[in-house]
Design a protein around this ligand. Sequence first.
Ligand code: ADP
Length: 485
Amino acid sequence: MKKGLNISGQRVLILGAGESGQAAAELCVKLGAEPVFMDGIRCKTEDGRSSAARRAPDNASRFPPDPPDNNFQLSTFNFQLAPPDNASHFSLLNSQFPLAIISPGIPPNAPHVRELRNRGIKIVSELEFAYRQCAAPVLAVTGTNGKTTTVTLLGAILKRGGVRAEVLGNIGTAFSRRALELKRGGRAVLEVSSFQAEAAETFRPRVGVILNITPDHLDRHGNMENYAAAKFKMLSRQRKTDFAVLNADDPEIMKRADSVRAQIYFFSLNKKVKGCYIEGGGVWFWGGEGEPRWIVSRERIKLPGRHNAANAAAAACAALLYGAGDNAVAAALAEFTGAKHRLEFVREVNGVKYYDDSKATNIGGALAGAWALSGEVTIILGGSGKGYEFDELFEGLPANVTRAVAVGAAADKIMAAAARRGYGGIVAAPDFRSAVEAARRLTVPGGSVLLSPACASFDMFRDYAHRGEAFCGIVEGFRELRIEN
Ligand code: ADP
């Protein structure tokens, strides 16, 4: 039995006023509580680096207007509260908040969060808060790359199989928005980020999928060990009756598989495993004994690339364990063409194909995009880095990616890594438009230009979608060159 949080009639502090903060506030109101937002505009982590800036809702007032000095490090923050509140931030912190709900964008070790914790205020993640109020069982997917694709596919398979599934979480609609409405007969299919997984206390998915673990967000997690531990934390409260679906081809996952208490099933592109695997042109399911079952031919999967075959196998495995029929899996895999800005074909101009993979915001994602295309490829790299070097990227690129263009804040690092790894076909561009135009000049007919940047977008854009739209806009503006007789 889950322990709900009884907050009726209480004030609840909401840390962060983005989608998950606003959704948590909405859920607080439904539960009879009064939400108060606290949103750090220049939230600094302990080592002095800025975390992602958060935007408060338009009706929020900035508070305090002029941050006073020496108030237990609060001078490094501007707080924004909604609705406007005249209290000083001291009285705000001293007033009785039984609970604070922290959004995934806020580092749990930020000074103001530590201060709240020191004052005895219970801090839970938005995921945990929603989970405690939700009667429906949860299927959750985490991993460095492929979460959105896999949860969308998993939701589609379950719906095809007649299950009332809702896809929620990091993907767009926060869990809190639907937590109370989802009843026992429904299913929450959640995309869970490492930030949400690490700050959850009782969260226990009936089926938990870990897709892959490659370097990402090391600026926030510090090192790979912490990052991998945050992902596995999602499975740490599972019981023997639950299922864990793990990537048998991922060494970072396999070295931690022993810590899992749930029944483990795997997915693999390379070998027969208990779970789902790809062999002889088909997707198979094997329950660990007896004969494996043929689910669908690989050719019928619409999503491009090996990485997407892995996502498909993971989604199929989770859905089959949760009672979906083989036909539902086969039909959904044959229908689903992918999500926006994930290796999306934009258009062909003068014999060159353009692909928008703006969501490839780390090295693993960029490599997956690069390996999915054939013919000569020019890759556009760069944006804001995330605390890693780019050597692994140049080591891993397939031979047909003969040219690259580097742009944005990480361009110098990228150029330096290319030089170290002896990758000669790279040029730097001063801005994003020049980068796309340079890629066009460098690519011969029959080839492709791939925006798979291996970086976040915040140095030049609002987010990856904004970057993808900019790319598509520039490419749409390219004219066909015709040779007149
Ligand atoms: P997430 O939600 O985890 O960011 P997405 O499904 O949005 O994952 O895909 C993000 C990017 O990661 C895509 O642009 C693609 O290039 C890459 N990608 C998707 N699935 C995988 C995978 N299984 N392994 C490696 N890279 C992947």
